[in-house]
Design a binder for this molecule. Structure first.
Ligand code: XUL
Ligand code: CO
Length: 442
């Protein structure tokens, strides 16, 4: 790409990453991810719509609650706020171009630093949005989704849409309006709401019902504004049970689906599911995917993983092939993600301090998804997996079972069937057989 040569290079010495196949031992190559490879009638690039998370890759500097930054970014050096933001954007687009990542996602404050003044912030966002428009045109990289950060500023310590103070809620709305404008200008395909502080830390001071009604109104107003201004994409709610708030209203997929249906939002909103949020809620990622798929609301995913030995959101890059293969089975069976893609909401570790580490992280994640896709497709095409699952429910396919599903039986009918047919046969669930089957295809 000419674009890479003409710009100042931020990731020096690293060229474009290509597919070289599983025989390759080049750590700067894809071994599984081949964007043009067709699986089930769609290219891998289309299946995944991989996206880079601006906040983790270009802002998160390795700091943690116990220490400051360890990642020194060459794009974070200029004193002028707009020049610094443009450098960061040049670095981001260089990185995505080199990795063949076709999409990105951002919070407003990721693109350019914000102050306390919402009017100035909106101006800053507009300037950097114009620059992003130019970068998108030059590279062909697109915006998967935009969002507003309604959780970092101190005014949001008690929530934004669910804040007990209307004045704070209005500030949140102003920020969302500006972030929606930016998303629409950039042809963003979706818009995300993650309610990091929409919840409570103590019920003693919280009117939960009122707060949730405010959240629903806030989402309706945001949706109406975006639709009025030409946004045709999907809105996503991203469930998470806790962290930073003790209890968050968007706890998990089932909770969010109930909320969307209760407040008449399910036609415009779907779910953006994140692996580490699922595990924090006490579920597997597969569980969350299945719940959303069954409701017809599986929109997008934030790819990452947690740590099995601790209980917080470590946002590590994907690593577990079994988890992802089982996830791809669910996604393929659901007919794919509805409008969304695979956003790497993941960060390299505090002590991963080489420039190349960000490349290894994304190469690994993309390769793992590609391998999981190929494996899941084989399982569906070649194995007895689907057949086994269908057979397990075959007593509902004919006779009284089918009548029951159609709603033609009463409780007395079930009573008669039970008393006339004796004790049911013992039938194995065959879990170990199925686990072996998955591992055989991996
Ligand atoms: C936080 C998280 C967010 C959302 C976007 O856990 O996942 O970064 O993805 O606000
Ligand atoms: Co996320």
């Amino acid at each position: 790409m000419n674009y890479i040569k003409e710009q100042k290079e931020f990731f020096k010495g690293i060229g474009k990453i290509h597919y070289e196949g599983t025989e390759s031992d080049n750590p700067f190559a894809f071994r599984w991810y081949n964007p043009d490879c067709i699986v089930r009638g769609k290219s891998m690039a289309e299946h995944f719509k991989f996206a880079c998370a601006y906040w983790h890759s270009f802002n998160a500097n390795g700091s943690d609650p116990f220490g400051g930054s360890t990642h020194i970014f060459s794009w974070d050096q200029k004193s002028d706020v707009i020049e610094r933001a443009k450098d960061k954007m040049d670095a981001a687009f260089e990185f995505m171009s080199k990795l063949q990542i076709p999409y990105y996602c951002f919070h407003d404050v990721d693109l350019v630093d914000y102050t306390d003044n919402i009017v100035d912030n909106e101006k800053r966002l507009q300037i950097i949005t114009s620059y992003a428009q130019q970068k998108q045109k030059e590279t062909g990289i697109k915006l998967l989704w935009g969002t507003a950060n309604l959780f970092s500023h101190k005014r949001y310590m008690n929530g934004a849409a669910t804040n007990p103070d209307f004045h704070v809620l209005a500030h949140g709305a102003a920020q969302v309006k500006a972030a929606l404008d930016a998303t629409i200008t950039l042809n963003g395909q979706n818009y995300v709401f993650w309610g990091g502080r929409e919840g409570y830390t103590s019920l003693l001071n919280t009117n939960m019902k009122r707060e949730q009604e405010h959240l629903a109104k806030f989402l309706h107003l945001s949706k109406d504004y975006a639709r009025k201004n030409g946004f045709n994409g999907t809105f996503f709610i991203e469930p998470k049970p806790c962290e930073p708030t003790k209890h968050q209203y968007d706890y998990d997929a089932a909770t969010v689906i109930g909320f969307l249906r209760q407040y008449g939002l399910a036609d415009d909103f779907k779910l953006n599911l994140e692996v580490n949020h699922a595990t924090l809620a006490g579920h597997t990622f597969q569980h969350e995917l299945q719940v959303a798929a069954d409701a017809g609301l599986l929109g997008s995913i934030d790819a990452n993983r947690g740590d099995e030995q601790n209980g917080w959101d470590t946002d590590q890059f994907p690593y577990n092939i079994n988890e992802l293969t089982e996830s791809m089975l669910i996604i393929l069976n659901a007919g794919g993600l509805q409008g969304g893609g695979v956003n790497f909401d993941a960060k390299i570790r505090r002590n991963s301090t080489d420039t190349e580490d960000l490349f290894f992280a994304h190469i690994g994640g993309m390769d793992l998804f590609a391998r999981a896709l190929i494996t899941a497709d084989k399982i569906l095409e070649e194995s007895s997996y689907l057949h086994f699952r269908r057979e397990r429910y075959k007593s509902f396919d004919t006779g009284k079972g089918a009548e029951f599903e159609k709603g033609n039986l009463s409780l007395e009918d079930l009573y008669h069937f039970a008393t006339e047919n004796g004790e049911p046969e013992v039938r194995s669930g065959k879990q170990e057989f199925l686990e072996n089957l998955i591992n055989r295809y991996i």
